[in-house]
Write a protein of this length. Structure first.
Length: 221
């Protein structure tokens, strides 16, 4: 059992397979006002189980979990706990890893070695639903994120294909037209739309369109 935390305190989980770094990050977070580390994990399955059990506000996620991938962990966590924000904290600063992490649903990406002020700012931004990248990462990665960053931020629990379908549904297109536009079968479109309704917690197509348009999708057919 974890201790109850005060009102307004952000509950955090730290995932990293290097115990020294993980301990250091936990100590840093514990020293900052308004943060409480409620759990730790060092591998893929442990991270998912810990987050599902504890439902923190933010997960600080390394991308290298031994032989396992923090991107896979991020995707699973976002799918199962869409209200939990994932902040990647890693040594990897190449565009491929940044894009993979954001497409998996991460809301933030900072590099190991970031100072306490940057870490605190990133955690608070992710908890607030914002997207935050380290300056050096953003300068190289943002050109590649055009057209995908905003959509991934709005509904991170959706897969890329589900988001594509939702975008076109929000534009008022019917399933057959969407299928032709995306090169899919009508059945695949229906299945993806069903997944969208379930993940967004809405009852029908009209409600999904309303949610999508409120979030800024579907305005440019």
């Amino acid at each position: 059992m974890t201790e109850a935390v005060g009102e307004g305190v952000l509950r955090l989980v730290v995932v990293d397979d290097h115990p020294v770094f993980r301990m250091g990050m936990v100590a840093l977070l514990a020293s900052l006002d308004g943060f409480e580390v409620v759990g730790e994990a060092d591998d893929l399955r442990g991270s998912i189980d810990t987050v599902v059990q504890l439902r923190p506000d933010v997960v600080l996620m390394d991308l290298n979990l031994g032989e396992e991938s923090g991107v896979v962990a991020t995707r699973e966590i976002v799918a199962r706990c869409p209200d939990v924000g994932v902040l990647v904290v890693t040594m990897l600063d190449d565009d491929d890893n940044v894009l993979a992490a954001l497409r998996a649903g991460a809301r933030g990406y900072v590099l190991k070695g970031a100072g306490p002020t940057e870490i605190e700012r990133a955690v608070r931004a992710v908890a607030a639903g914002e997207l935050l990248l380290s300056p050096g990462v953003a300068a190289r990665a943002l050109p590649h994120l055009a057209g995908t960053r905003a959509r991934a931020r709005v509904f991170p629990q959706l897969t890329d294909r589900e988001r594509d379908v939702l975008e076109l549904v929000a534009q008022g297109l019917d399933n057959l037209t969407i299928a032709r536009r995306l090169g899919l079968s009508d059945k695949t479109v229906r299945n993806n739309l069903s997944n969208v309704l379930n993940k967004l917690g809405v009852a029908d197509r009209g409600a999904a369109i309303a949610r999508a348009r409120d979030a800024g999708l579907g305005h440019h057919p």
